[in-house]
Design a protein around this ligand. Structure first.
Ligand code: ADP
Length: 440
């Protein structure tokens, strides 16, 4: 309908011409009405062009102004243009406000926040970042962030290599601990966040100290109780039909408790601090494997297990003895404990692709996939009842993992149900020491 209306002024002169012709004025000349039509058309086109130019000039104005008076179709066009612009301005205003609120919130954040482009140049930072890294706003915008964070591992971290978070300390804040996290934003660069984790670390320390202290306090009374129990078990009372079994049960539970206390103390030790170079020495892992094998010999023979050893006898690791013996003892103990009768256990120690590697593989029942992620957590057991029954504390793998991580190493667990499990400890090659075999 609107399209038709638009053509009315153009068709009107043509209709007059047609009427002129039809009304029988055939003898009369067509020239006057033709001229009249042309004049009318020119006026019509000229008016439209003028209104179009007025509309463009008005629309190009930055701010909304009340549209100029017009008529006909141009009055409607101006009104619609006016409403569209009002709507756009309101949207823009709301968006601006939201951006400001977001910026204010980020500014108020106690964590230091930086935005960098895909080449690592600073795009934006909040006041906490300015103060933490001693930056200057806005002069430092556009400069590479690695200029302020020069440690090699930090350069890798900022480049997107390696893990997405790392611990960090600042020389001018000696008592504070920071964690830095990188969130990639696709091709837009990345968000880098420095979080003060001092309080968290303190709480963690309090927890570790508490567990270590309680375990330590329990150690002495337990030793005394077990000592007296041993005396009683050696006495004629142990032969008593009623008291004898009770004494043996007490001894069994006492031993479990002592294992738990010892494991808690080991865990507290490996979790607490970096290895002490004064306490480190060259440890021949083959020797530890041999010792662990001897201590487990009774069970190995009883279960008719076959141990296959492939050990580099002359390869030692420079570490604290307790850490490495904890790793070896726990892994071997588990292999022997969880392997059914008559199966094979393979133990290998050597250098592999720039790491020191200890592999303990059994051909036992294996661990279901869903447990593998959590298997190294404290007190995590696949089968609680079974583990307790065979004397497990649920801390062994946790000790192994923390001992390896203490040196920058790691524990890898692979398992297939029905086929067996493999526990692999990787330690950094810098800890490797060559010497005469411990057997020489
Ligand atoms: P635990 O003292 O109970 O053995 P660990 O931390 O050493 O505690 O092991 C955690 C759990 O992992 C165990 O309870 C057991 O379910 C599982 N596990 C450990 N080693 C093996 C293995 N070689 N084969 C099968 N399951 C294992």
């Amino acid at each position: 309908m609107n399209h038709l209306r638009a053509w009315v002024p153009a068709l009107l002169p043509l209709s007059i011409l047609l009427a002129w012709k039809l009304l029988g004025a055939s003898g009369a000349s067509l020239l006057p009405p033709l001229w009249g039509t042309l004049v009318l058309l020119s006026l019509w086109i000229g008016w439209h062009r003028q209104e179009a130019l007025r509309f463009r000039a008005w629309f190009r104005e930055k701010k909304t102004r009340i549209p100029p008076l017009s008529s006909g179709i141009w009055e409607e066009t101006f009104a619609e243009g006016y409403h569209w612009r009002r709507h756009q301005e309101q949207r823009q205003h709301t968006l601006n406000q939201q951006i400001m609120q977001l910026r204010d919130a980020l500014q108020a954040l106690p964590d230091a926040l930086l935005l960098m482009d895909d080449e690592g140049r600073l795009l934006w930072m909040n006041p906490a970042a300015v103060s933490l890294l001693h930056l200057h706003w806005p002069e430092d915008l556009g400069k590479p962030l690695s200029f302020w964070l020069r440690m090699p591992q930090m350069q890798e971290f900022l480049a997107g290599a390696g893990p997405s978070s790392m611990a960090m300390e600042f020389a001018d804040r000696p008592n504070a601990a920071f964690e830095v996290l990188r969130y990639p934003l696709g091709s837009a660069g990345a968000l880098v966040l420095f979080r003060d984790v001092t309080r968290l670390r303190q709480l963690e320390q309090v927890r570790q100290d508490f567990v270590a202290n309680v375990s330590h306090e329990l150690r002495s009374p337990l030793t005394v109780i077990r000592g007296f129990l041993e005396n009683l078990l050696d006495s004629p009372l142990a032969q008593d039909a009623e008291v004898g079994p009770q004494l043996r049960l007490m001894e069994e539970q006492g031993q479990r408790m002592q294992s738990l206390v010892e494991d808690l103390l080991s865990l507290a030790r490996v979790e607490s601090a970096e290895p002490d170079p004064q306490r480190c020495e060259n440890i021949f892992v083959a020797q530890l494997v041999e010792r662990a094998r001897e201590s487990l010999m009774a069970t190995i023979l009883d279960k008719e297990l076959a141990l296959h050893l492939e050990l580099d006898l002359g390869l030692a690791v420079f570490a604290e003895p307790l850490d490495i013996s904890g790793i070896v003892q726990n892994l071997l103990e588990n292999a022997v404990k969880y392997c059914p009768r008559g199966r094979d256990i393979f133990i290998a120690w050597g250098e592999e692709e720039g790491s020191l590697v200890l592999r303990v593989r059994d051909t036992g029942e294996g661990i279901p996939e869903e447990h593998l992620q959590r298997i190294t957590e404290r007190f995590y057991r696949v089968d609680k009842g079974r583990s307790r029954r065979i004397g497990g504390t649920g801390l062994g793998l946790s000790i192994v993992r923390h001992s390896a991580e203490r040196y920058g190493g790691r524990l890898q667990v692979r398992s297939v149900v029905g086929q067996g499990s493999e526990f692999v400890v990787f330690l950094p090659a810098e800890l490797a020491r060559r010497g005469n075999s411990w057997q020489d």
